[in-house]
Structure formats: structure tokens, C-alpha cells
Design a protein around this ligand. Structure first.
Ligand code: ADP
Ligand code: ZN
Length: 583
């Protein structure tokens, strides 16, 4: 047999690649396929859009037997199977909606080896009848997509993922490939352990997504900030807006629609049909905003998401980073915006303590995350450092794009700690800040705050800055919340060094996405269109009009640059009201 006849030779695999319409492998694809066809276990960590599916698709087509692909979302599986079938690939999808007859056909298909890829959910795979069918079939390998679910709790959490260790027990030496869009060292270990991967090859792709502009802003009238952001920076583009609660997802989506921005919503509690329908509209129409919980986006096959906004804090940096990674998968410019404040940090900690009963590991992750948010300097550098990558300042985050002032808040921090000590940590943070600012609110009077020595002694910084400082003290574990009901704050060991000025607190000024009302786009559009109608002899294309609406140029020169139409032509026309201020 010559090398070329060997179905497992790289030449033959590359032939398949071109049949899939690709010229070259993306990073790690070739190494990953080589590992799999050599029968070795594999852990593949590559960002969303990194082309992980191709790894199991090509390997499956070259190996004997069926490749079993475990994937958490039905809608995505059916999408992928349809796509593969249309390319002539023998892929099938085993879901609970198959009737017994169809299940028999499938078992038969497997026995006759007429199926190359079988997609199913973890719960389906774990069903004894399904396990039974598969044990009597030749299985080439088992691929587990979104493998970080094994180590993750929260909205998108799938308890069945915890039981996938059975695969090794039931299938013995069949190679297993676990894939994930993001998994830090701890998560990787958990995946390897719970799947009993045997000396797996670990392939990890760089996490840097340079084309995504990372913006983290303090939250203040968040809905208006969101509207302002969409209208002024991403109008008409497709985007995802993440919120923590299902209710908020629904109300925010309705509100966006009322503001003239087409929006749909997605969370774990809507029917599979609605999920599929919303997914279809989102991926097929441009300019739709999907408001969603973290349940949305796993394996999303849509590359033109131009922005991802977080209205609340995700549980960890992994989740955050994976979620923003859904933007700009086509490699074109995209934006991420996270809005948060002290209250969000408290909510997250309370959720971990009281609702999620998070493990020590999870809590440590949460602290890592909030500490990175409060860190100084380039956002991306801080984040990638957490994933073990060293980079220079990125030039494409809010910190790099606008240098922010730094303030030494050591003395203010000492005042806060003294007040905490005097009041034994029983006052809420907002009351403490009011006391330091010298506000005689009802809550302050109730605790006779105006009689305290530190009353009005913290006026050198404003309330926003105080809140940032408290976030810093919490995230860096100078203080901790012992319990929320009744509220009890603790001073931790580390605080001593701060009280004696052995350590300093230096904060960088917060970034703010504006929340003022934007000139309603519909009005602007109307004026522009009626002006345009009257402009005899000049005709903008709808694309040019769209551009003008989005950018609202402030000068004729800017409008000319934007549209490519000569400035003297534009100037010939009577300017409409909105260009009254143009030069
Ligand atoms: P992931 O599962 O890692 O999120 P996908 O497998 O969905 O990523 O692939 C993301 C996109 O990249 C898809 O549109 C896919 O067609 C494309 N892609 C995959 N492999 C290649 C390749 N070798 N060359 C070009 N595009 C590719
Ligand atoms: Zn940066």
C-alpha cells in the first residue's frame, strides 16, 4: 500500500479539507486530527470559531466506525447535521424526538456501518438503551463538545456532563476528544480527571482575539448606556446582550423593541421550537439584537456578531471571555462592552454564597475575575495573563484607547477600614459611604452616623470613586462579606498592612459609556431622507444612507469621507435641520 492509499495519511485528509471548501488548516486543526487518527486521547482548547468541529468531522470521515459527537444543544446539532448531510456526509442526529421505528433504523445503520458521525446530547448518550446500541457498534472515537460544562455550574450547567466519566468505563480504549472554547488550567484538570483521559495530548490555542475591542464601563442607568452604545457605535449590526436573569432578558428585549431596535430573546426556559426559531432569525437577518442568558451561544454557528454586551457580571472570567468570543468570529472588527458596578459584585458574591453554594474553587475563580476587573492597565493583558499568556498592551481596549488617570486612595481606604472597625462591620456599604461623604440621609440618622468621628471626613472623593474603592478592597480581599442577611462585613488580615500604609491602593479612573439620550435615530433618519429626496442630482445608495444614519457626521467633510461623494456636491444642497451646524 502506498502512503497515498492510506486513508489516514495527511494527504488524504487534506483532500477532504478541500472538499469542505477550505484551503488550509486553521491553527491546531492538523495536530488535533493527527492525534485522533493515531488513537490518542485529546483535549483541544481553542476559542469559539477556532474550527473545532472540523477536527472531528475530518477524523470521522477517515476512521473506521462511527464517531460519536456529544453536544449540549439540540438546535445546534440539527443545524450541523443538516449542513453535513447537504455535503453528502453520512451524519445522523439521535434526539429524543425520534420515534422507536427511527431508533431501530439508526441501530441498523450503525450495525451496517453506514453512519460516520452520530450527534447526540449527553443525556441521550447516558441512556442505557443508547449505550447498548453503541457498544455493539464500532465506535471510532467519542468527541465531547463544550467540555468545560463538566466543571461549570450556573445557568448553562448540565448535570449530565458530570456523568460522562461513564464513557471510558463503557467504551474502554476508544479515544476520547474533549473540546472547549475556554478552560483554564483548573478546568482542564477537572475535564481530564472526570473523563479519565489517558495521557491526553493537550492542544491549546492562543486566547487572544485582537479584533475584539474590550470595553469595561461603570454601570449607571444601564439601559440608556446600552441604547447609547448600540445607536452610536453598532447601529444596524447583529449583537448579543447577556443578562443574568430570564425575566430581565425578556423585559430588556421588549424594551429594545420599543426603542426601535429589533430584538429577540433566548434563555433556558423557552421551548426548543422558539429557541430554534429565534436562532434562525438571528443568524439569517442582520441587525438583530439577541438578549439572552448564558444559555445562549454555545457553538453558535454565526460569524457576523458585531458586538456582545454584558448587562450583569458573568460568574467567571472564563464565561465572560467565552461569551465575548462570540463576537467577530469572521475576524472583522467587533466590540465587547461590560457594564457593572459595586452592586453587581455584591450580587455575584451573594449568588455564590447563598444560591450556588459555590465550591472553594469556584469562589476563587470569582475573586480572580473581580480582581482582574479592578486591575490597572490593559484589560486584555490582565485577562490573557490569567489564561497563562503574556502580551504587550493591546491598543484595543478602553484602557489602551483612552489613558485614564490613576489615584492613590490609600488614605481614603484607611478611613473606610477605620469606620468598619468602629461600627463592627454591621453597616451596609452604602450607609458607610454616606457617612464618609457627610450625608444626613434617613439611613445615616438611624445609626446616628452624623455623630461619628469620620462623618463627612471622606469628601475628597465622590460616591462613584468610593464605590470603586470598596470593590477594590473586596476583590483584593482586604475586606470580605461574611454574610448578607443581616449584613456583616469583615476586615481581613491583609488590611493591617494597608492601615499602616505598608501597602498602597492605587486605582485607575473608571470608564463610562454615556447614558444621555441620543437623538432618536428615527427622527434623524426622517430628516435625512426628506433632505435626500430634495437633493436633485445627488443620490446616496441605501448603504450610504445607512452609514450616515449610523455615524451622524458633524461636518460636510466627514459626510463626504463617509460616502465618498465629493464635498462640493454635498455642499450644493440646502442642509436640513440636523446639518444646520455643519461647517
Ligand atoms: P468552533 O466549533 O471551534 O467554535 P467551528 O467548527 O464552528 O468553530 O468553525 C468556525 C468557522 O470556521 C466555521 O464557519 C468553519 O466553516 C470555519 N472553518 C473551520 N475550519 C476552517 C479552515 N480550515 N479554513 C477556513 N475556515 C474554517
Ligand atoms: Zn489594552
Amino acid at each position: 500500500m502506498t502512503l497515498l492509499d492510506n486513508p489516514l495519511s495527511m494527504e488524504r485528509i487534506k483532500e477532504l479539507l478541500s472538499q469542505f471548501g477550505h484551503q488550509d488548516f486553521l491553527p491546531l486543526q492538523q495536530e488535533a486530527i493527527e492525534t485522533l487518527v493515531n488513537g490518542q486521547d485529546l483535549l483541544l482548547i481553542s476559542p469559539t470559531g477556532g474550527g473545532k468541529s472540523l477536527v472531528y468531522q475530518l477524523s470521522a470521515l477517515r476512521l473506521e466506525g462511527v464517531a460519536v459527537i456529544v453536544c449540549p444543544l439540540l438546535a445546534l446539532m440539527s443545524q450541523q447535521v443538516e449542513k453535513l448531510k447537504s455535503m453528502g456526509v453520512r451524519a445522523e442526529f439521535l434526539n429524543s424526538t425520534l420515534n422507536p421505528g427511527e431508533q431501530d433504523d439508526l441501530a441498523m445503520g450503525l450495525r451496517r456501518k453506514s453512519i460516520d458521525l452520530l450527534f447526540l446530547s449527553p443525556e441521550k448518550l447516558l441512556q442505557p438503551s443508547v449505550m447498548g446500541i453503541l457498544q455493539h457498534s464500532a465506535v471510532a472515537f467519542v468527541a465531547i463538545d463544550e467540555a468545560h460544562c463538566i466543571a461549570q455550574w450556573g445557568e448553562g450547567f448540565r448535570p449530565e456532563y458530570g456523568s460522562l466519566g461513564k464513557i471510558r468505563e463503557e467504551f474502554g480504549a476508544v479515544p476520547i476528544v474533549a473540546m472547549s472554547g475556554s478552560a483554564d488550567a483548573k478546568t482542564q484538570k477537572q475535564i481530564i480527571n472526570s473523563l479519565s483521559l489517558h495521557e491526553p495530548k493537550v492542544l491549546q490555542h492562543s486566547f487572544n482575539r485582537e479584533n475584539i475591542e474590550i470595553n469595561i464601563s461603570q454601570k449607571k442607568l444601564a439601559k440608556k448606556q446600552l441604547l447609547n452604545f448600540i445607536l452610536s457605535q453598532c447601529y444596524g449590526e447583529s449583537g448579543i446582550v447577556y443578562c443574568r436573569s430570564r425575566k430581565k432578558v425578556e423585559t430588556l428585549s421588549a424594551w429594545l423593541n420599543s426603542q426601535g431596535i429589533k430584538s429577540l430573546f433566548f434563555h433556558a426556559n423557552i421551548s426548543e421550537q422558539d429557541k430554534a426559531a429565534n436562532m434562525k432569525v438571528f443568524t439569517e437577518q442582520s441587525g438583530v439584537v439577541m438578549v439572552a442568558t448564558s444559555a445562549f451561544g454555545m457553538g453558535l454557528d454565526f460569524n457576523a456578531v458585531r458586538y456582545v454586551v454584558h448587562m450583569d457580571l458573568p460568574n467567571s472570567l472564563e464565561s465572560y471571555y467565552q461569551e465575548i468570543g462570540r463576537a467577530g468570529r469572521d475576524g472583522l472588527k467587533a466590540k465587547a462592552l461590560l457594564l457593572y458596578g459595586l452592586q453587581d459584585v455584591l450580587t455575584l458574591l451573594q449568588f455564590e454564597m447563598e444560591v450556588n453554594l459555590a465550591s472553594v474553587d469556584d469562589q476563587a475563580r470569582t475573586y480572580d475575575f473581580i480582581r482582574i476587573l479592578e486591575g490597572r492597565g490593559c484589560r486584555r493583558r490582565l485577562m490573557l495573563n490569567y489564561f497563562g499568556e503574556k502580551i504587550e498592551d493591546c491598543g484595543n481596549c478602553d484602557r489602551c484607547l483612552a489613558k485614564k488617570k490613576e489615584h492613590n486612595l490609600t488614605i481614603a481606604a484607611q478611613k473606610f477600614l477605620s469606620l468598619l472597625h468602629k461600627t463592627k462591620g454591621t453597616l451596609t456599604i452604602s450607609v458607610m459611604i454616606q457617612i464618609l461623604l457627610g450625608k444626613t440621609t434617613k439611613a445615616v440618622k438611624e445609626v446616628r452616623g452624623q455623630e461619628m468621628k469620620l462623618f463627612a471626613k471622606g469628601q475628597e472623593i465622590n460616591e462613584v470613586m468610593w464605590k470603586s474603592l470598596v470593590r477594590y478592597l473586596i476583590s483584593h480581599q482586604y475586606i470580605a462579606i461574611y454574610q448578607f442577611m443581616p449584613f456583616q462585613l469583615l476586615m481581613l488580615e491583609k488590611a493591617k498592612a494597608l492601615l499602616t500604609s505598608k501597602t498602597q491602593v492605587i486605582l485607575q479612573e473608571d470608564t463610562y459609556v454615556p447614558n444621555h439620550d441620543v437623538a432618536p435615530f428615527e427622527d434623524y433618519k426622517k430628516q435625512l431622507f426628506s433632505w435626500h429626496l430634495e437633493c436633485e442630482g445627488i443620490s446616496f445608495s441605501s448603504k450610504q444612507l445607512d452609514l450616515i444614519v449610523r455615524h451622524q457626521p458633524k461636518s460636510f467633510a466627514a459626510m463626504s469621507r463617509l460616502t465618498g461623494i465629493a464635498i462640493h456636491l454635498i455642499k450644493k444642497f440646502e442642509p436640513p435641520v440636523y446639518v444646520a451646524s455643519l461647517d
